[in-house]
Write a protein that binds this ligand. Structure first.
Ligand code: SF4
Ligand code: SF4
Length: 404
């Protein structure tokens, strides 16, 4: 685990502990701290120990000088935006580190900068095959174990809190938001496609997802050990790294489509192309937490007023003010509708039997899922790739000759 990974992890856990403490869940806060300390002691890994000292000091300073931040008492949109920006900053640093590591390997130099294993999160096919290996054969991959861990993390967030991963954590979603805002500066008009076109476009991401699932499910279980020990699997991340740092025509076309969609309409990339969005959209139907509108408190039914502030705030164009429960696969649990609502009790992110999750609660849930599981995986030896740098240097020099 690199220092950036360790620092992000410890900052996220320390912040979760702070939020738990100030929301009255003191036992949860202490349990989180004990787990983090336990991980440091059992691993005796100095970057993790240094990161936990920095994280503890940062939360102490935050509590002293910006107590509302330490307590998570900011407005919903501020809490979501700051969480997403900090995670995006971490992913950016990880991406730079990954690119430098790959460039050094390509030049035949043993990297002086470690490969961040969290980059395996961008290998969904490898992650899916590894999960299948664990479930069907009890076999744990040693080459890109973090791919399975991160896929499990993303699936769990979808199962528990809809597409909150997209709305609160995804760096690509954030980049898309900036592109969209930039476009709006120059071209003010919305350019939404008509409903007859929007629906088939939304299905594109499900087609991509179906293709990925076909590859994973179509691989016979008995072939998996051979695949996981093969060179093609070993260089999956290097191929991905080179895809970005030495872009060819295919890369440029992919980038153009992604940038074009994100610029064209809000969440265009997430809505039309992203297979992770499709996967989370499907799983999110099982999530017990959904946005629910209380007709007892909503101004429309309770006061007979015209109001659609929630709908106008929704980046996914969901007609919130006409629905009682938002089941839509496009809902990213961003809570912008709740933030825009003038009636405090009218909209909640809650379960059917009335258990509510505040923005602070959602932040805690997301951070704990996203960081406690990787920490456990690291301590259990199921995070760091066992492929040697010497092998990676050899393989990257022979990339073109390595097939499935
Ligand atoms: S319904 Fe609410 S939480 Fe869901 S995407 Fe729209 S604004 Fe966000
Ligand atoms: S913004 Fe609030 S009060 Fe207005 S329609 Fe939506 S839920 Fe009802």
């Amino acid at each position: 685990m690199t220092f950036i990974e360790s620092l992000t992890l410890m900052l996220a856990l320390a912040y979760s502990a702070s939020l738990l403490y100030w929301s009255g869940k003191k036992s949860g806060a202490f349990a989180t701290i004990i787990l983090a300390i336990g991980a440091c002691i059992s691993s005796l890994y100095w970057p993790l120990m240094l990161a936990s000292a920095i994280a503890a000091s940062s939360i102490f300073l935050l509590t002293k000088f910006k107590p509302e931040l330490a307590r998570g008492e900011q407005r919903i949109n501020t809490l979501r935006d700051s969480t997403q920006h900090l995670l995006a900053l971490s992913m950016l640093l990880v991406g730079v580190q990954f690119a430098i590591n790959t460039a050094l390997l390509k030049a035949g130099i043993t990297p002086w900068l470690m490969r961040p294993d969290v980059g395996d999160a961008f290998l969904p096919i490898a992650g899916g095959i590894e999960l299948k290996a664990i479930l069907t054969l009890g076999l744990w991959d040693q080459t890109h174990p973090a791919a399975a861990v991160m896929l499990a993390v993303v699936l769990l967030t979808g199962l528990l809190c809809k597409r909150a991963f997209c709305g609160w954590a995804c760096p690509l979603g954030l980049a898309g938001e900036y592109l969209y805002k930039l476009r709006k500066r120059f071209i003010k008009d919305e350019m939404l496609p008509p409903a007859w076109l929007d629906w088939p476009l939304r299905m594109l991401k499900y087609l991509l997802l179906a293709a990925l699932i076909y590859i994973i499910v179509g691989m016979p279980s008995q072939s998996i050990p051979h695949y996981l020990s093969g060179n093609y699997h070993k260089i999956a991340d290097l191929k991905m790294g080179l895809f970005f740092i030495t872009p060819g025509l295919v890369t440029l076309i992919c980038f153009s489509v992604i940038l074009g969609l994100a610029t064209w309409r809000r969440q265009g990339f997430c809505r039309y192309i992203c297979p992770y969005g499709a996967l989370l959209g499907l799983i999110s139907f099982l999530s017990p937490f959904k946005i629910r509108r209380s007709t007892q408190h909503c101004l429309i039914e309770s006061k007979g007023m015209n109001c659609d502030k929630c709908t106008r705030a929704c980046p996914a164009n969901i007609s919130v003010h006409t629905l009682k429960h938002i089941r839509s696969d496009e809902c990213q649990a961003c809570m912008r509708c709740i933030s825009a609502c003038p009636k405090k009790e009218a909209l909640h992110f809650s379960t059917r039997n009335g258990i509510k999750l505040s923005a602070r609660g959602l932040t805690i849930m997301l951070l704990l899922i996203m960081f406690l599981i990787p920490l456990g995986a690291y301590v259990g030896g199921f995070w760091h790739s066992q492929t040697l740098d010497a092998d990676r240097i050899y393989l990257i020099q022979h990339l073109k000759s390595i097939g499935h």
